[in-house]
Design a binder for this molecule. Structure first.
Ligand code: ADP
Length: 742
């Protein structure tokens, strides 16, 4: 069994009620002009049993109609209707039945034609005469609220119903009376809210098709439509029919309100049902077709006036925020620090959205403006936003119901508008609003749509009390408007644009730097190469002069100095040459047999100085992809240094060990030599940079600079851990990146 719930109303097929309101009658004909349906109240208007005309031709009914036209009146109209030419424009047709005036309204639905006969009487004068002046009077006001009031007052004047309300639908579908004109003796309903279920979804759809709707007499018994067709197989869609009967639930709803007659004019904004002009009369009241049509025109004019004015007011607010976002964009382009531009200048992120507090989480900083919760809250909130997978611009006016910690911060953070700048870096802009205690005056208790009958069974019947029923909404902020969200999204675009531009500027700079480095390499290569010639002349001539045994001694000493300097300079030039050449040759990557390479280096070192008393131990030597020449140079420099700087230690030992890990292949070259003072562990990798601590050892500070350059050519890393006078360990990591390079 289906559970009883007000949303059941949503499924009631109100467009095929199978009956009509009793103040008129309906005849339906098919495409062969055969009468297929007829309302059972026919004999109240024409002296014939309804069942007797079913299956007859339409010409049968002609004899009961008195019209000013000659010839087959209905057949002609139907012919026009079938060709679809201007059916509505010609409605209504005046006919007389038994001496009484009727309006005949002809409409088409699928293969059927409806002939609706309505009495042409009304207590009201023809509204059309007032149309022009009424509309201009209504439109003469400047602000929206006055416009709504004018609408209510003027419509009441025209149709003289007891109560006329302008009823607006909110985003969640519930409605509110935003303007009212009523008889003095009635209780005011201005400001009352009505739950969305009061006007179910399909009824709202019908209001979009039928722009006016009259329920002439709530106490009237509807007249069933009799048919020669099986209604379960051929349900008749009566959407177009003005006389369409009303859902029993809605009738009960109106009765509970003590309303006897209701008339509504739909107000549309684009293709959305914006609201209704809802008119109630406490005695039955009929409005004839032409006046309903005039009301429809008023409704259409009002709809466009309302949407125009709403757009105007929204545009004003949008423009205000847009100017702020534009200013922020300018500030962003004037400084290199987005945080400064957004927080510290004349316009801040707090101006870009209508909020009481704002927080910028950017570049590992949390910067707050206005009324904001404490930092730990903000950090947790960001984590929650990440795990909740919210969209880039996210808003809620009920944060405490989603994120528990906000209950304690309700005075600052009941409403949140969050705008993500960068997901990976967890960068956000947050705007907050405090709790805003909204007391909603419902027309009756909206939670109790179901009533209990005498036998104690729940009844699907609308509530019976419409006395104002208050419901205070706590832990809620005022709702965010689309303008706020737009503004947040635009600001986000500006910021990401700025950040992206900065990133590409950096990339460009990097490129330039690379070129500059390459140029520097070729420059030092050229210079050092060109210096070699004049230097060898200096060297050659000084040697020649010295061999000539010059006197006095001073000249000899000077020549010796020149010779020494020339030798030193020559060795430096060689170093610069080898540095600038390091890694110049094109890289040939292969899987390196490190065991073999290390063994050869070891042998060379031993052969180079067989008297040296040192142990060189090679442990694990995992292979990796690299250029054999460069990698040999790297390890022979590192192991060479380890040997050189530990020769003076007691029992010198150098250990080379490699390991494969998640990051790649890592080698350690460990010695128990002189070590490196902490302050020098970085600078020793620079060209010509030596530690003072190594002054007793020969060298010119080029080896490690070359090693670093070669390791970086392999996209690897090098670093050292050392303790002065205890020993050093150099680490070289060849990442998986390197492996991909082959
Ligand atoms: P050089 O050894 O010719 O001076 P390097 O560029 O190879 O040039 O080394 C730079 C400096 O780093 C050395 O002068 C020395 O101070 C320090 N250094 C390098 N390797 C070691 C090591 N294994 N132990 C101690 N100091 C070292």
């Amino acid at each position: 069994m289906e559970t009883l719930d007000i949303t059941n109303c949503d499924r009631e097929p109100i467009h095929i009620p199978g009956s009509v309101q009793g103040h008129g009658f309906v005849i339906v004909v098919d495409e062969f002009l055969i009468i297929t349906h007829c309302s059972e109240n026919l004999n109240g208007f024409i002296d014939r049993a309804p069942s007797s005309i079913l299956g007859e031709s339409i010409s049968w009914i002609e004899k009961f109609l008195h019209t000013s036209s000659t010839g087959p009146f209905l057949a002609n109209i139907i012919h026009a209707a079938k060709t679809g030419n201007g059916l509505n424009a010609k409605n209504p047709y005046r006919v007389e039945i038994n001496g009484k005036p009727f309006n005949l309204i002809v409409t088409k639905s699928a293969d059927f034609l409806f002939l609706e006969f309505e009495p042409n009487i009304s207590g009201l004068h023809n509204m059309r005469f007032d149309l022009g002046s009424s509309i201009s009077e209504i439109l003469s006001v400047s602000d929206l609220n006055s416009l709504y009031n004018r609408i209510a007052v003027k419509i009441k004047e025209i149709i003289s119903f007891d109560r006329v309300m302008v009823y607006k639908f909110h985003e969640d579908g519930h409605g509110q009376v935003i303007a009212e004109a009523k008889n003095k003796d009635l209780k005011p309903w201005l400001g009352l809210h009505f739950p969305a279920s009061d006007i179910p979804k399909q009824a709202r759809e019908l209001y979009k098709v039928n722009l006016t709707r009259l329920i002439a007499n709530v106490f009237d018994t509807p007249a069933r439509l009799l048919s020669i067709l099986d209604p379960t197989r051929y349900p008749l869609d009566m959407t177009q029919l003005g006389l369409r009967a009303v859902s029993p639930i809605h009738i009960q709803y109106l009765k509970n309100m003590e309303v006897a007659s209701s008339f509504s004019i739909s107000l549309l904004n684009s293709d959305k049902l914006w609201g209704l002009v809802a008119c109630h009369n406490y005695t039955p009241r009929f409005i004839h077709y032409e006046n309903r049509e005039t009301a429809k025109i008023i409704g259409q004019v009002l709809s466009s006036a309302i949407s125009f004015r709403e757009i105007q007011e929204d545009e004003h607010q949008k423009l205000k925020l847009k100017l702020k976002v534009d200013e922020l964009a300018k500030q962003l382009s004037r400084t290199d620090s987005p945080a400064d531009a957004l927080i510290k200048q004349s316009v801040t992120i707090l101006d870009a959205v209508d909020a009481t507090g704002a927080v910028l989480i950017y570049d590992k900083q949390i910067l707050c403006l206005g009324e904001t919760p404490a930092l730990p809250f903000i950090e947790d909130l960001i984590k929650w936003l990440e795990t909740s997978n919210v969209p880039n611009v996210f808003e809620t006016d009920r944060l405490p119901t989603l994120f528990d910690a906000a209950v304690l911060e309700k005075n600052k953070a009941s409403g949140l508008l969050a705008c993500r700048i960068n997901r990976e870096l967890r960068e956000y802009i947050l705007w907050f609003r405090p709790e805003y205690l909204v007391t909603i005056q419902w027309a009756g208790n909206p939670e109790k749509p179901v009533s209990i009958d005498k036998a104690n069974n729940p009844q699907m019947s609308p509530r019976s009390s419409f006395d104002a029923w208050s419901d205070t909404r706590k832990l809620t902020s005022s709702p965010w408007k689309p303008e706020d969200m737009n503004s947040a999204a635009e600001l986000r675009d500006e910021i990401t644009f700025k950040i992206n531009r900065k990133a590409s500027e950096l990339r460009e700079l990097n490129e330039k730097l690379k070129i500059a480095y390459d140029n520097l390499d070729s420059f030092s290569y050229t210079i050092s190469h060109d210096l070699k010639n004049p230097l060898s002349s200096i060297h050659g001539f000084s040697e020649y002069l010295l061999n000539e045994d010059p006197s006095p001694d001073e000249t000899k000493m000077m020549l010796e100095r020149i010779l020494l300097s020339a030798r030193k300079m020559n060795s430096m030039i060689n170093d610069i040459l080898s540095y600038s050449q390091a890694g110049r040759a094109s890289r040939e990557f292969s899987l390196l047999n490190m065991g073999k390479i290390l063994e050869e280096i070891k042998q060379e070192l031993i052969i180079g100085d067989p008297n040296r008393d040192i142990e060189i131990r090679i442990e694990e030597a995992p292979p990796f992809f690299g250029d054999e020449t460069m990698i040999t140079q790297v390890f022979s420099n590192l192991i060479g240094n380890a040997v050189k700087y530990s020769t003076e230690s007691a029992n010198p030992v150098v250990v080379v060990n490699g390991q494969r890990s998640m990051d790649g292949v890592r080698y350690e070259i460990k010695d128990n030599g002189i070590g490196i003072p902490k302050r020098d562990t970085q600078k020793i990798f620079d060209l010509f940079s030596r530690s003072e601590h190594a002054r007793n050892f020969e060298g010119n500070g080029v080896g490690l600079a070359i090693v670093k350059k070669l390791v970086e050519k392999h996209r690897g890393k090098i670093w050292v851990e050392s303790q002065q006078d205890v020993g050093s360990t150099f680490f070289v990591l060849f990442t998986n990146d390197t492996v991909d390079l082959h």
